[in-house]
Design a protein around this ligand. Structure first.
Ligand SMILES: C[S@@+](CC[C@H](N)C(=O)[O-])C[C@H]1O[C@@H](n2cnc3c(N)ncnc32)[C@H](O)[C@@H]1O
Length: 243
């Protein structure tokens, strides 16, 4: 098992309380506004935070995620009935014609398998209307962010409504070329129960992503900085290329 933080209902319930501050989503909201997007596909929507922000602004949103436990959290939120939630990945996408597809919070890095990454880009393109855009971020490997993924840097105790105090931290497990594996730890203070979630992320170079986008039928419009994490992320804004 891996990625229990998304797939185990006991941990999926902790994702939002432990990531309560989401300044990262402001830049995505601004991009949706700048593009005047009315219809959005949020790939890897997780617990639906961004999908619901868009729906609240009157956009028609489809949220896609392979983790049923995260989607269950999303579906239970106020306003969830305004979003079309799809359980699956790019392979299972129905026909769509959206203005904008998004992958927030480094979803791109969670798609580790090269074939699935390529499929995700090509299926996302197929889900765009002609001229539609794809926007997503990925950490700049040169920053070697994983070197700061230590217990000392990440240890926190959070009071989670309805659950009680949860102690959490991350531990780096392995760095194997482009693949970085880390373990999230959770201890529920009231019961003493300890759960872990292992995840592997792929760190891609900017040039590699640019080439992947071209191959998948996009024109690269811009590579931006993430305003809340200056210098740490590449934010790719790509447009469906039609010839
Ligand atoms: C760090 S979370 C981000 C969730 C959400 N985008 C957010 O901003 O809170 C990464 C998400 O990517 C999802 N994911 C993993 N593999 C995926 C794939 N192949 N296609 C789509 N989503 C995937 C996970 O289930 C998880 O919900």
């Amino acid at each position: 098992m891996a990625d229990e933080i998304f797939t185990d209902p006991r941990l999926a319930a902790l994702y939002d309380p432990l990531e309560a501050d989401r300044p990262d989503l402001d830049a995505y909201l601004r991009i949706a506004e700048q593009l005047d997007a009315r219809t959005v596909l949020d790939i890897g929507c997780g617990t639906g935070v961004f999908a619901l922000l868009l729906a609240d602004r009157g956009l028609a949103v489809t949220g896609l995620d392979p983790a049923a436990a995260s989607l269950a959290v999303a579906r239970a939120k106020p306003g969830a009935e305004q979003v079309r939630w799809l359980h699956g990945d790019a392979n299972t996408l129905p026909p769509l014609q959206v203005d904008l597809a998004t992958m927030t919070a480094n979803v791109a890095q969670a798609i580790v398998d090269p074939a699935l990454w390529h499929t995700t880009l090509t299926r996302a393109r197929a889900a765009l209307r002609p001229g539609g855009h794809l926007v997503f971020e990925t950490r700049n490997p040169a920053r070697r962010d994983w070197e700061s993924w230590t217990r000392a840097n990440s240890h926190a105790v959070t009071d989670v409504s309805g659950i009680g105090e949860v102690e959490s931290w991350v531990e780096l497990i392995d760095v194997d070329g482009r693949l970085v594996t880390f373990r999230r730890h959770y201890v529920f203070t009231s019961s003493g129960e300890a759960l872990t979630s292992d995840s592997t992320l792929r760190f891609r170079e900017r040039e590699e992503v640019e080439a992947d986008l071209l191959t998948a039928g996009y024109r690269l419009r811009e590579v931006r900085d993430a305003p809340d994490r200056p210098g740490k992320e590449f934010v790719f804004l790509a447009q469906r290329a039609d010839h």
